[in-house]
Design a protein around this ligand. Sequence first.
Ligand SMILES: Nc1nc2c(c(=O)[nH]1)N[C@H]1C(S)=C(S)[C@@H](COP(=O)(O)O)O[C@H]1N2
Ligand SMILES: [Mo]
Length: 203
Amino acid sequence: MFGRKPRDGPEFAPRPSRPRVPPNQSVTTSFYTLTAEQVPSVDVNNFTFRFWGEVRESTAMTWQQLMTVKHTTLTADFHCVTGWSMLGTEWGGALVRDVLEAAHVELSASARFVMAHCTTEFTTNLPLEALLADDTMLAWEWNRLPLTAPHGGPLRLLVPSLYAWKDAKWVSGFEFLAEDRPGFWESRGYHMHGDPWKEERYG
Ligand SMILES: Nc1nc2c(c(=O)[nH]1)N[C@H]1C(S)=C(S)[C@@H](COP(=O)(O)O)O[C@H]1N2
Ligand SMILES: [Mo]
């Protein structure tokens, strides 16, 4: 009403533009490493990336085939659930949706989730929409250099829309699922989804 002072509360608050950093994260410029297992050494000449589960037919790609998928670079922020965020890092690789197309992966109508598998025992689950997002990629370059082994080289998943534990390092396959199932950290108390803007840290 005219002359009335705005009150606090959602109906009266000006709509804030989204801040750059999700709640309770501090920005760092160091690229820490966070690894539950031993860093494996992955030989790209003896590498297959597999697709199975809720797909019409299981299939696989060699490293050489992966390198023929349309190359994409993207600048993304990276949020670790333990509270550090790295802003504006540059990644190179291929969008997951381009990889699926190149590999002729035909998802079953029942596919709703995916389990990312690694050459190690690490796994992580995510909804199909997160996997197919515009900025979800299989990355092999970081700041224009080949991704180093401690950071997941030769290949890692990058899902900027979720906390970084979803960014499976040494990723080696996608298992498509009809029902969600917890991965390595999710079965140890981490959130099944992991949206940093909603602080979906622990389950
Ligand atoms: N295979 C594997 N991938 C992983 C992890 C892991 O322990 N093993 N840690 C996750 C977590 S918690 C984070 S924050 C990021 C860290 O990536 P970085 O070690 O390159 O900084 O990798 C994610 N991917
Ligand atoms: Mo993390």
